[in-house]
Design a protein around this ligand. Structure first.
Ligand code: CDP
Ligand code: MG
Length: 885
């Protein structure tokens, strides 16, 4: 999703800052038309209408799909000079056989759906069909959206090569990176990038055709784009600015788009591409390993390599760390090149001794503290989402070449005489690395690609004959009650498992080894749900409000999110000040309705322009004050990258390693203490540690050696550096007056700045406020030093590695709650009670209203109550609810 918190770390990736700058500035320059286009108003007006009205109006307004005029038919044929070799390879693709039918359907309809098995050539060929038919010959260009960055970049390169055109003509744009020029005719981009462009030009006048690729993945942005385009396309055509919409899916399950009166009045035609698919023999495991499926995948892969004839192996695991760990093991077992190993990813740091030496910091209440002003914010750039997702079809069963289950065969030793060419593949892998999977492996080696579900449908790897499927997928889960969001590995769907198996039958009959039993497969859900139904939608609601779509409930979603999810999102946004709270007036029904159509505030607009989740966006928007911006950028970057610190508590393999680890743990304790600073900076807590780590790492040149020595994950730090430069450019493009330095080095914040940073953190993470449990609330001795949060009954704790572990401030905010041995708050920072009514007025019921900053003290009879003489406020335990008469 848009949420950058789901960005894990990426491999080292050369970053072209100049290019990035120019792209961002370009977007900023066109951002003015946002609220002025009357056409855009017209469509929003339509979306904003009450449902009955919309239905009535639909009969008059043309949401009909059929083309009535001929103006949209380009007459030209644009020749493409392909190499004979390329041309021959193209002709083998099933989609080529359907070119006539596809182009006829496109000429006769505004919207066409194309279904075709992965590898049939949709992504690489359909843009070329449109190009040759002249859809990019005028001023308009052809746009293709992909849910994944990897696909956008790699497909643009591939199509440029096939068409023998430069990347100035066939280009890509992903978050801040791209090679789009004035000459660009075909533009690959992530779905998030196009969504942002709609915010700038609602009619997408730059495009003559839009292709929504991988629609079966049902990524949130893809769904929203289809909803928006179902309105934009007819409007464009009505205005005599012809535009085509092509929706491409790898499965035939497209009813959500076709049988959806809210979306298309007349269902768009579906063109099916019959792909050649060779039979794939499925081999189930007799047993299903519960934990160590990576180990099981290792054994199975080794066995295939030793026992079965030549042919590439594709292994499906769930995440980047697993992928690297299996790659390392396989390279060791079947060495290809010396020293060709990749370090494992560390997990979490959990060092309890670490903290024993922290001194209790004095909580000083100074009268002359600097104050962050909620009305002082800055705004605006580009955005996109990415994450490994899933999909599905294809099946076959049988059982020859069954190499059986062998989880106990512990010493599988490869025959080192046949080297294995092992390559990782996942969504955040650098494009150069990722491109390797398309090249033939070195002669005399066997290709083995270890991938996440990115290889399921977006990318087709040539020459795969064997698939090893762990049957799992990593998904983001979100607890709506507690707001705790986490990545969990779960069983995939039957459709996705079949899609994975299908990868083995692209060029000849193949085999799929499932590391689970057929009974387990039978329990898989048949299809994967649309992402929109299982994730928080606060970022989407904010984006849609920024498009002036106030009544988000009426939006033509292919699959609408639940009303509760929409209510939760509006409430979070109201509490963050991004939306205006509806007046508590009128009947219960009227109030209910008002609650689902809160208008956006100027702060909300500012927040919508930052490519991060709303909480972090608010921090960035407020960060301009007291010259805090470089620090806020660093903090937000560090918070959105998972696991900056290496897991030094991992079990050691040998005694030697064990002593090394304990040595490094001691060093880590020292460094954390150093980074936490002294005096006032201690109260910034874990946020200060992150800031210190980022600062120190930059001063040391961000080298692998420095990270290794100081317990930091090198890849995470490289990602932080990259995000900092992206966010800095974003802020600069919005407010050139800010002049934030791109210079990565920063000196530590002053004491005043630390106070501001604490306030900014409170303003952004305010719904994650926790208060220390008071003596009279101690129901259980184990609750000593515990904290209460508004949304959970269970107490939560400060982690021993936090500088605030001993300080135990009265109020803290936290980044997230992680459940390990206890419920621990992560990313904790101390806040002062008196800041709460100022910075989170939406959370407080004030009686009488508060005029000026006042000293507060707290009592504790239910909820957080703070009062002083006659003024009284209550920090709502629950998000503010409508008061009933
Ligand atoms: O989109 P769809 O899954 O239908 O197919 P595609 O991505 O257009 O791929 C068509 C063919 O091009 C596949 O056989 C890929 O292996 C091949 N291809 C390639 O060789 N190199 C690339 N960089 C991309 C695709
Ligand atoms: Mg494709």
């Amino acid at each position: 999703g848009n949420d950058m918190s789901d960005i894990s770390t990426s491999d080292d990736d050369d970053h072209d800052e100049e290019e990035e700058n120019s792209e961002v500035n370009k977007t900023a320059a066109t951002s003015e038309c946002k609220e002025t286009s009357p056409a855009c108003e017209e469509v929003k007006e339509e979306v904003n209408q009450e449902q009955q009205q919309t239905q009535k109006k639909e009969t008059e307004e043309s949401i009909s799909n059929e083309v009535t005029t001929t103006s949209s038919q380009p007459a030209v044929f644009i020749p493409v000079d392909r190499s004979p070799k390329m041309q021959a390879a193209r002709l083998k693709l099933p989609v080529l056989a359907e070119e006539q039918i596809i182009m006829e359907a496109v000429r006769e309809n505004h919207c066409v759906i194309i279904c075709g098995e992965t590898g049939s050539g949709k992504t690489t060929q359909v843009p070329q069909f449109l190009y040759e038919a002249g859809y990019a010959s005028g001023t308009g260009i052809i746009g293709i959206t992909e849910p994944r960055r990897v696909a956008a970049v790699s497909m643009s390169h591939r199509v440029a090569k096939e068409m023998n055109l430069s990347t100035r003509v066939v280009s890509y744009q992903i978050r801040y990176e791209g090679n789009v020029t004035d000459e660009t005719k075909i533009k690959f981009m992530t779905d998030g990038v196009l969504l942002k462009e709609i915010q700038k030009d609602f009619l997408l006048q730059r495009y003559s055709a839009i292709i929504i690729d991988e629609a079966h993945e049902r990524s949130v942005y893809t769904d929203i784009l289809i909803g928006l385009l179902s309105r934009i396309v007819p409007l464009r055509n009505k205005k005599g600015l012809p535009m085509k919409l092509l929706v491409m899916s790898a499965t035939l399950r497209v009813e959500d788009f076709t049988d959806n009166q809210k979306l298309f009045k007349t269902p768009p035609p579906i063109v099916k591409v019959d792909a050649r698919q060779f039979p794939v023999t499925i081999h189930f495991n007799k047993r299903t390993p519960l934990d160590d499926y990576t180990g099981e995948a290792f054994h199975k892969t080794c066995k295939i390599h030793r026992m079965l004839p030549s042919g590439g192996i594709l292994v499906f695991l769930t995440g980047q760390a697993e992928v690297h760990s299996l790659c390392r093991r396989l390279r060791k077992a079947f060495p290809f090149r010396k020293g060709d190993t990749i370090a494992a990813d560390g997990e979490e740091d959990d060092n309890s001794e670490a903290v024993k030496r922290f001194k209790r910091a004095k909580q000083k209440k100074s009268v002359s503290l600097p104050r962050i002003d909620l009305d002082n914010y800055s705004a605006q750039p580009v955005d996109e989402g990415d994450e490994d997702r899933e999909a599905g079809i294809a099946e076959d069963e049988g059982s020859d070449l069954d190499i059986g289950d062998d989880p106990d065969d512990t010493d599988v030793k490869g025959d080192p005489s046949i080297p294995m060419y092992v390559l990782p593949l996942y969504s955040l892998l650098a494009p150069e690395q990722q491109a390797k999977v398309f090249r033939p492996p070195p002669p005399g080696t066997r290709l083995c690609v270890v991938a996440t579900n990115v290889a399921e449908t977006s990318l087709t790897i040539p020459g795969i004959k064997y698939v090893v499927d762990c049957g799992r997928v990593k998904k983001r889960f979100y607890d709506r009650v507690t707001g705790v969001s986490s990545f969990k590995v779960t069983w995939t769907s039957q459709a996705a498992a079949n899609q994975r198996a299908g990868r083995a039958g692209r060029t000849e009959p193949g085999h799929c080894y499932r590391l689970y039993s057929s009974a387990v497969f039978g329990d898989f859900s048949p299809f994967s749900e649309a992402e929109i139904t299982r994730r928080p939608v606060d970022d989407l609601v904010l984006q849609m409000k920024d498009l002036n779509i106030e009544k988000v409930v009426n939006f033509p979603f292919p699959t609408p999110p639940s009303t509760e999810a929409l209510v939760a999102a509006e409430q979070l946004l109201v509490s963050l000040g991004a939306l205006k709270e509806p007046p508590r007036l009128g009947s219960v029904k009227e109030m209910e309705r008002a609650r689902l159509s809160c208008p956006i505030t100027p702060l909300g607009r500012a927040m919508a322009s930052f490519p991060v989740a709303p909480r972090y966006a608010k921090m960035l928007a407020l960060g301009r004050q007291q010259e805090c911006l470089p620090y806020v950028i660093a903090v937000v970057a560090a918070m959105t990258v998972r696991e900056l610190f290496e897991d030094l508590n991992r079990p050691a393999g040998s005694e030697d390693e064990s002593s090394k680890l304990s040595h490094r743990r001691a060093r880590m304790v020292q460094m954390r203490r150093l980074w936490a600073g002294q005096g006032p900076s201690l109260l910034l807590g874990d946020i200060m540690v992150m800031l210190g780590a980022v600062g120190a790492c930059e001063f040391a040149g961000c080298t692998p050696k420095f990270c290794e020595e100081n317990g930091l994950r090198y890849k995470a730090m490289v990602e932080v550096r990259r995000l900092r430069s992206q966010l800095t450019n974003a802020v600069n493009s919005v407010c050139p007056d800010m002049g934030v330095f791109v210079n990565p080095k920063m000196s530590p914040p002053t004491a005043h700045q630390v106070v501001c940073l604490r306030q900014i953190t409170l303003a952004g993470l305010g719904d994650h406020l926790a208060r220390r449990i008071q003596a009279e609330e101690l129901l259980d001795p184990k609750w000593k030093d515990a904290y209460k949060t508004p949304l959970m009954d269970d107490p939560v704790f400060i982690h021993p590695s936090s500088p605030l572990f001993k300080t135990l401030p009265e109020f803290v905010v936290y980044q997230e709650i992680m459940e390990t041995t206890k419920m621990y708050m992560k990313g904790v920072s101390a806040v002062e009670a008196e800041w709460v009514p100022q910075l989170l007025p939406q959370y407080c019921h004030l009686d009488p209203p508060l005029e000026s900053p006042a000293p507060w003290f707290c009592t504790s009879t239910g909820g957080i109550r703070c009062h002083r003489s006659s003024t009284f406020f209550r920090v709502a335990w629950q998000l503010p609810a409508v008061e009933m008469e």
